[in-house]
Every structure is written in C-alpha cells, then in structure tokens.
Design a protein around this ligand. Structure first.
Ligand code: NBG
Length: 829
C-alpha cells in the first residue's frame, strides 16, 4: 500500500489520538469548508461528528453482513416516536473513544464539552414513550439482539419551549437545519397509497379478490441512523421514513397543463413527515396524524416483506424472520395493513394471513387514561383508507363471532369489544385502535406491574377475560449508558473505581455498593459526587439564565411533561405553603430548598400552560423577596429535553413522582433520578411501587391515596371544597393565589385552575395535599442529617439495577420475541 493510501485509511478509521486529530482537521476543511481559524463551535461539532461516524461504519457493515448471512430473526420496534437525544457523546462512549477524542481536541486547543453542546438534539418524541423507544434501541444493540427501529423522520420534532412573561411559547424545532451527520440516506423507497375506492373482482381461479384504486400515491424514503451497542460490536439501525412525491408525480396533471395543481400535490406528499404532533390534546380531526401513522407503518411492513422474500423466499416464514413490537397504538394500523399486503398483494388466503399476523405482532400499552386511547372517526378512516376499513370490518365480524361463542348472550360485551365504537355517546362512529391491536397481537403488555394489573381490571378487561394468556407485564427500564455514564461522569468514575468495569452492562452489580452504606468515608465521597452535579447545574443556570441558586440547598426536582395528572400544581401548593410559613414566622427553622421544574405543555392544553405560568409567577415573587429567597428558590428550566435532562437528573436530591395513583402507567424519569442517587417522594403509582420495593420502604418518601382509596373517594362522592374549608393550610395557599398575590393583584388569572381544584379536582390534589406536605416535613427532617440522607441515597442506587433497560429487553426477548442474540465480530485482518 502506498504511503498516501495508508494514511487516508488511517484518518478514516484510526483510533489513535493522532489519527483522530488529523481526521478532524481534514473534515473541518473538506466537509464544513472552514479553515481552523474561522470555524465555529457548530463547525467543530460537524467535523467531529463525521470523524466519529467514519469510525462506526465498519461495525455497521459487519453487523449488517453477519445478520444477513445468518438470516437472523429480528425485532422490529415500531414507534411513531424516538426521542434520541444527542448522538455524539453516546457514540464516543460506545466506541470507547472518549479519552482519545478528548485529548485530540485538547491538543487542538478545543473543548470537547463545548463541541458536544453544539449538537442539535433530535426531538422526535413527546416524552417518556419516545424516550423509552430510544432506550430500548440502545439496549437491543447492547444485548446483541438483532433489531431494527421503524419510525418517522419528522422534519420538525417536538417544539422548542421558551418562556415569555412566565408563559410557554412554542418555537418550531428545525433540527435538520444544519444537516445531520448521523443519518445515512438509503435508496430504499416504497409507495404508499391513500384515498380512492376499492373494487372486488374474481381472479382467473375464480377467487374473490380486492383491488384498491387510490386517488394518490406518495413515496417513503428511508434514512438509517446507526445505534451502537455498548461494549459490543453490534450496531442496530433506526430506519426513519421521509415522505416524498413520486418522481413521476402526477403526470396527468402535467399533461393537462395543471402544473400548480401538481406542485400542490407534491407539497401535500412532503407534509406527511413534516412535523411531530404534540400529545395530550384532544384528537379532533388530526387527519395528518392518521396519514403519518399509516405512512410509516406501510413503508416499514413493505420493507420487512421485501427482506423476508429475499431471504426466505416466502412470506409463510415471516414470523420466523420478524417479530413486530407495536409501541402503543400509533402503529396499530399495521395489523390491517399487513393483512392487506398479504391478501391483496401477495395472494395469501385470509385464514392463513390472519394466522401469520397473530404470530408476528405484539402490543405494548402505555396509558390508562381513557381519553388517551386512540380512536379515529370512521368516516375519516374510510375516506383515507377504504381498503383497511373493509379489512377491519372483516376482522371484526370474525372476532365478534368468537366473542359470541365464548360469552353467549352478552351483547353489551360485544358492543364494548367491537373494533368499531357505534357512536352511542356522541353520534360519531369510530375505529378503536387499541382493540385492533389486542385482537391482532399475540401478546399484550403494560409497562409496570401495577399498570399491567390495572389494564386487566379496567381498560382491557374484556380482552383479558377472552385471552388471559396474552397478557404480560414488562416493567420499563432506562439505559444507564446515557443516564449514568454520559449524564454523570463523576459518579461513573467512582463506580468504575469501586465496582470495576462492566457494571454499565450489568447494572445489578451496583448492589456491591451496599457494603459502603456504613462507610463514612465513602458516604462523604458520595455526597461529593452529588455536590459536584449540583454545582454544575448551578453554574449552567447562572450562565444561561442569570439565575443564582445555592448548591448547598436541597434540590427538589420535578421534570416531565406538564399535565394535571402529574400534579405539578400540587408541588406548587407545597411551595406556597412553605412561603406562608416563612412569612408568618421568619425565624422558623427551615432547610433551604431549590425547587426545579421543567417540562413542556401541549400547545392546546390550557390548564397545563396555566400551571407553567403559575410556577413562574410564584418563582418571580419568591425569588425577589429578600425575606425568603435565602431559603426558597423556584426555577423553571425552559425547554426540558434529553440534553437538559442529562444535566438535571444527577443534580437532584429529591425526585418528585407525585401523580394521582392509577394515572401514571410507569414513569421512567423516576428511574433516571434513582440511578443518580435522588430520593423519591412519590405516590403508589406506576413503577414507583417497584422502585419503593427495590430500594426499601425506609429509603422512599411515600404519601397519598392508593388506587383503592382513590376509587372509594370517587364512589363516595368527592367534595374538594370541604377539604378546602377544613384544611387551613390549603385554604391559605389557595386564597393567596386567588388574591392575586402572585399575579400583580390580578386575582382572576389563576381562577380557572383554582376553581378546577375546588369544584371538581379530577386528580385529587386537595385530597392528597395534607399527606404531601406532611411527607415533605419528613424529607426536611432527614435532610438535616446529611449522613443519613447520603446513606439512603447510596442504597437507592445500589438497589436500582433492575431498572436498566437491559433487564427490560431481556424480559421482552425471553417472553415475547424469542430472538437469538448474535455477537458481531470484526476480523483483525
Ligand atoms: C407514557 C406514560 C408513562 C410511561 C411511558 C413509557 C404515553 C402514552 N405513555 O408513564 O405516561 O413511562 O409512556 O412507557 O406517553
């Protein structure tokens, strides 16, 4: 090999500091077209991203080649959301290149930290559901389970939140504006049809067939993002679809001279993958959302079918080649689309097609809130997907025959289980996506023990009666690579030192930390780790927003989507209660606390936005008041995201998990906090239950009504106003808000929220108020004893191993997917 060739090879893949440095400088010039002197932080980021991308390609290719050669069964994780967070740091970690890159940047006089900061994060999800999908992709690769993620390449992700005058303001998230080094464009394209009509006909063998005559056809183009495993060579692919007009778009329009008509159609096609919908809002007429769902599902299934035909020769073997996990009902239309593809396009008979479907799909439910269960107006569905509604009717008719046989004479059950809501409530007939998912799947799971139990007792009870064997629990997990190693380097270094190397892949090994629970020396190092994280956040907040907080104070943190059921307003009521105490008794012995909030409200969710305004208004008054602001501080960190999460989780002393019992399916933030040594104040809801069991009741601050008590309260006829009248603390807090104290005298501003609490209080804020503030008193008591707090914190971490997404993925694989792991190898030659 010539010198030059050897060097170029080296700069592409070499792992040495020198190779990385050279490669970076090359990329800075040849990719971003900047001289070293003129380059910005973004240019540095881009150059480094390409440098790192080059170094992962060999693994990607090797994985692809080995999976293909051995024709392995593959998990297809279908999700409308993947909330990935920044890639660069994660890829450095997983490639084991962190130290060398850090040094290479230092030698160039650059800071790796500043470069990492410059990455735009792909916000292709709303919250926990999308982040879970990202954690699962990470664990699938790390566990060496062949997998592909399928989703949508939204041009605009979840909106960016800024705060103006205390209110949330939404700004479009043009995350692709500066390009995206991590995605590899492919040539994979599939057509997707919409609208029109269907036609039944007999084929040459006199078989009844159906033909779909769509009125438009668009095209999906695949972009692949490599997802690296940690400590292994396996790389999974996240395949996201972008919608396009077909190249030959609407020739007819051209021929008749309607150029602008054709252009309009092209724009309609491109719009499908344009923007992620924020959730937590009423469905009302989101035609585009149904289009998005069908679009990505259709592309993904066509892709899997093509692969199966290529490798197995026949779709009879589809269930041996793929198992499709439906992440909530957003991709549930896949059941009908798979049937259509098998029957209409691959001439498989109905009965066989249905068997193949039921063997291939599995469904995860993520919510108990009835209003969040997806349904689509039948009329809309029919107009957009005429063939699918026909198939759904047929599935339904056969299914209801089975129900009739099982439950003779139970007509109400038939009505409840039907895939079609007959519109008896509001006159609008609807397609029930959860029912479709249940009927077409071999397994149905909830995301925490309690959630899975409640599913069986409530929203999916009828399906449980019918098929108890389909129901499972798979408690959520989160990846410790991102949420410990990347988020909290000092903690990682300490664990490396005392447990040794591979705890990040075997999180249960954290149990070895228990032996230090009585070791004062260690406990003080442990508090030191926490203090470092608190200082880091304090500095960051100071730099970015000019806010000063005291790292010695208790960091009391609630970061998650803003929603009434998550009860950020309960937290605020407690803050005002402390404020009242301080105002009334300035010399009271109160531990200093910094309350940190973060989270986005759905743009159309008025009360959630009013909660944000309330937090900021209370912050404004408290933070300015010299009588209290040495003790209390309130901060709303704008634009909560994966990136800000990585900064905030490690800094928390106290994790607020205070949803009304029975409302939070699992929660995953709760796990991220626990892994970083925060103690939880929480209700018996979602995975809090399992966290409390794991870490020990003594190391968890429990409060609030249980699910049973919540049900009893509603049965007995809940009267929040009576609680208000009887509870002086609550009355003082609510009266102060209503007096306009936090709104420049404008007492009406928070009325809608306060009236809601007093008149209906759908999430039992009043009922849990006293229990919550009592529990907060205990928190403060324990915090006074720093050593005790530190011990409890250490025990939380030592016992949180089961909340790694690796454990979750292992369980999914053992009980649902049954895919054989395969270690990818790269020959040294
Ligand atoms: C959310 C739940 C959370 C859960 C995540 C991931 C939806 C529909 N559901 O409790 O609210 O942790 O899913 O399972 O976003």
């Amino acid at each position: 090999m010539s010198d030059i060739a050897e060097r170029s090879l080296h700069t592409r893949i070499g792992r040495s500091v020198e190779a990385i440095r050279r490669s970076f400088v090359d990329n800075l010039f040849y990719v971003t077209v900047r001289t070293f002197e003129n380059a910005t932080a973004l240019d540095h980021y881009t150059a480094l991203a390409y440098t790192i991308r080059d170094r992962l390609l060999a693994r990607l290719i090797a994985t692809d080649e080995q999976y293909k050669r051995l024709d392995v069964k593959t998990v297809a994780y279908m999700s409308a959301e993947f909330l990935l967070g920044p890639h660069l740091g994660n890829n450095l970690l997983n490639l084991g290149l962190w130290d060398n890159v850090n040094q290479a940047m230092q030698e160039l006089g650059l800071s790796l930290e500043t470069i990492l900061e410059a990455e735009e994060e792909p916000g292709l999800g709303n919250g926990g559901l999308g982040r879970l999908a990202a954690c699962y992709m990470d664990s699938l690769a790390t566990m060496e389970i062949p997998a592909i993620g399928y989703g949508i390449r939204y041009e605009y992700g979840i909106f960016k939140q800024s705060i103006k005058d205390g209110w949330q303001v939404e700004v479009a998230d043009a995350w692709l504006r500066n390009g995206n080094p991590w995605e590899l464009p492919t040539q994979l394209r599939y057509p997707v049809k919409f609208g029109g009509s269907i036609e039944h006909f007999n084929d040459e063998d006199s078989c009844q067939r159906c033909r779909w005559l769509p009125d438009s056809i668009i095209q999906g183009l695949a972009y692949d993002t490599p997802i690296l495993g940690y400590g292994v060579l396996n790389v999974s692919v996240l395949r996201l679809w972008k919608s396009e007009a077909r190249e030959s778009f609407d020739l007819q329009a051209f021929n008749t001279g309607d150029y602008y008509g054709a252009v309009d159609k092209m724009i309609v096609a491109q719009n499908i993958s344009k923007v992620l919908y924020p959730n937590d809002e009423p469905e009302a007429g989101k035609v585009l959302r149904l289009r998005q769902q069908y679009f990505f599902v259709s592309c993904s299934l066509q892709d899997m079918i093509q692969t199966t035909l290529k490798t197995k020769g026949s779709l009879e073997h589809f269930p041996e080649r793929f198992v499709v996990q439906l992440n909530d009902t957003h991709p549930a239309i896949a059941i009908a689309e798979f049937m259509r593809l098998l029957i209409d396009e691959h001439q498989i008979a109905w009965t066989r097609a249905w068997e193949l479907t039921q063997k291939s799909f599995a469904y995860t439910n993520h919510t108990l809130l009835p209003e969040a269960l997806e349904t689509w107006p039948l009329e809309l569905f029919q107009r957009m997907l005429p063939r699918h509604i026909d198939i759904i009717y047929q599935i339904n008719s056969r299914f209801l025959d089975d129900v009739r046989i099982r439950f003779i004479g139970d007509t109400d059950r038939l009505r409840r289980m039907s895939l079609i809501d007959d519109g008896s409530a509001d006159g609008v007939r609807r397609v029930r996506m959860a029912n479709l998912a249940c009927v077409g799947s071999k397994s149905i799971n909830g995301v925490a023990v309690m959630h899975s139990e409640l599913l069986k007792q409530t929203v999916l009870k009828d399906f449980f009666d019918m098929w108890p064997e389909k129901f499972q629990n798979k408690t959520n997990g989160v990846t410790p690579r991102r949420f410990i190693a990347l988020a909290n380097p000092p903690q990682t270094a300490l664990f490396d030192e005392v447990i040794g190397g591979d705890w990040l892949r075997n999180l249960e090994k954290l149990c070895q930390l228990e032996q230090y629970a009585e070791d004062k020396n260690f406990l003080s190092r442990w508090s030191g780790v926490k203090f470092t994280a608190k200082k880091r956040l304090s500095n960051e907040l100071h730099q970015s927003y000019g806010i000063t907080i005291n790292p010695e104070s208790l960091f009391d943190v609630q970061v998650k989507r803003i929603h009434e059921y998550k009860r950020q307003h309960l937290n605020v009521l407690h803050i005002i209660h402390l404020y009242n105490q301080l105002k009334q008794q300035p010399s009271i012995d109160m531990i200093p606390r910094t309350f940190i909030f973060g989270g986005k409200a759905a743009p159309g969710y008025y009360l959630a936005k009013l909660i944000i305004k309330l937090i900021n208004s209370v912050a404004d008054v408290i933070n300015r008041d010299p009588q209290v602001n040495k003790i209390l501080k309130v901060v709303f960190v704008p634009n909560f995201s994966v990136k800000t999460g990585q900064l905030i989780y490690p800094s928390a002393d106290l994790s607020e998990q205070i949803s009304t019992a029975g409302k939070e399916a699992s929660g995953t933030g709760n796990m991220k906090f626990t892994m970083n040594g925060a103690l939880t104040i929480g209700t018996l809801d979602g995975a809090n239950l399992e966290i409390r069991e794991a870490v020990g009741a003594d190391n968890f601050f429990l409060f609030g009504k249980t699910v049973e008590q919540v049900n009893d309260i509603w049965k007995a006829g809940y009267q929040p106003r009576t609680i208000y009248e009887q509870n002086e603390n609550l009355r003082e807090v609510i009266n102060l808000i209503n007096s306009g104290h936090f709104s420049h005298g404008e007492g009406s501003l928070f009325r809608p929220l306060m009236d809601n609490l007093l008149n209906s209080d759908p999430f039992l804020v009043c009922a849990d108020f006293q229990s919550y503030i009592d529990c907060q008193v205990q928190v403060a008591e324990v915090y006074k004893d720093q050593e005790k707090w530190s011990r409890m914190s250490l025990l939380n971490v030592a016992r949180c191993g089961q909340f790694s997404s690796d454990r979750a993925i292992r369980e999914y694989n053992a009980d649902i997917w049954r895919v054989a792991p395969l270690s990818v190898e790269i020959s040294k030659s």
